[in-house]
Design a protein around this ligand. Structure first.
Ligand SMILES: [Zn+2]
Length: 312
């Protein structure tokens, strides 16, 4: 009789769960680390939470890969690849946003994803829930076009594993970088780097169909950075010839909310770049404007490296 047949069913379950856990670890190991963190020496911290393109083997999505990729902030990490060389702290997610969105709190759980009860706390705030209703919680239910990502229910264990392997190391790295910058300089400037489609799709914001400006600067209505620093970023970009919107339709989400404390000189700003400035949104190929945009982002970065927000 095979050894397993002599075992109590509960032990078999434990073995099976351990095996599944091992399989997940191997998957994530193949990614080396799911987070790239390059520590810097300046007061400036940049993070790119949505540009990851390493799709884990245990994702098991049902929608077309081509459709899923449109959820990425494709190439954002390349637009800023000069930054670590300038002494900027850099954090980048290598896993895709559609697998786990680190720009959400772990309570932003879409309970419809599961066929079992989520054991942790679940957000009840109506503003937070509007994102979940759009299918855009911590783990997305639908793409920006409203296409369902899965044709199966997820297990609580697999989402808990995504939190442990992606969310926790990402947030630990951002927190560490900001704390280090602040401790060394007495202030920190955190820029949370994103890109957005030229036109808002139907399930991406509460303003579907809206044509976006070249940049959207968000500081959650001047609660995550000083108004002066928010304006400095807007004005610098306008002087470079761009159209800039301020706190509309994107105000900034969890990554700026969680780490900002402007009164303690910890400033966080979300910066959304219009993808039409640097890429073809259909093919995802970089476009003609890529190098010019990158040079202008370098100009903004250098300006921020020479800005002490306590003196503004
Ligand atoms: Zn983004």
């Amino acid at each position: 009789m095979p050894f397993a047949r002599l075992m109590h069913p509960a032990s078999l379950l434990r073995i099976r769960t351990a095996r599944q856990r091992l399989a997940r670890q191997v998957t994530m190991k193949a990614m080396t680390s799911p987070v790239r963190h390059l520590p810097g020496a300046s007061a400036l911290v940049l993070d790119s939470p949505h540009s990851g393109t390493v799709y884990p083997a245990d994702f098991s999505h049902a929608c077309e890969f081509r459709v899923l990729r449109r959820a990425e902030d494709t190439h954002v990490e390349k637009l800023y690849d000069f930054a670590p060389g300038l002494g900027v702290h850099w954090i980048e997610a290598l896993f895709p946003r559609s697998y786990l969105d680190v720009n959400r709190d772990t309570t932003e759980i879409d309970v419809e994803l599961f066929d079992e009860e989520w054991p942790g706390p679940v957000a009840t705030d109506p503003t937070v829930l509007s994102k979940v209703r759009l299918g855009k919680g911590l783990v997305w239910r639908t793409t920006d076009e409203g296409v369902p990502i899965y044709q199966r229910k997820l297990s609580v264990a697999e989402v808990q594993a995504r939190i442990a392997q992606c969310w926790q190391p990402y947030h630990a790295a951002v927190a560490r970088a900001i704390d280090t910058a602040h401790a060394q300089h007495g202030y920190s400037i955190h820029i949370n780097c994103h890109s957005m489609p030229a036109v808002a799709s139907s399930y991406s914001t509460d303003f579907p169909g809206e044509e976006h400006a070249d940049f959207v600067v968000g500081n959650r209505d001047e609660t995550t950075s000083s108004p002066a620093l928010g304006m400095l970023v807007c004005e610098h970009l306008r002087e470079l010839g761009y159209s800039v919107a301020y706190n509309h339709p994107y105000k900034g989400v969890e990554l700026v909310r969680r780490y900002a404390d402007p009164d303690a000189h910890r400033h966080s700003i979300q910066l959304e770049i219009n993808r039409k400035l640097y890429m073809n949104e259909e093919t995802l190929e970089p476009g003609d404007g890529f190098d010019a945009l990158k040079a202008n982002l370098r100009s903004l970065t250098e300006r921020l490296l020479h800005t002490d927000p306590r003196l503004l």
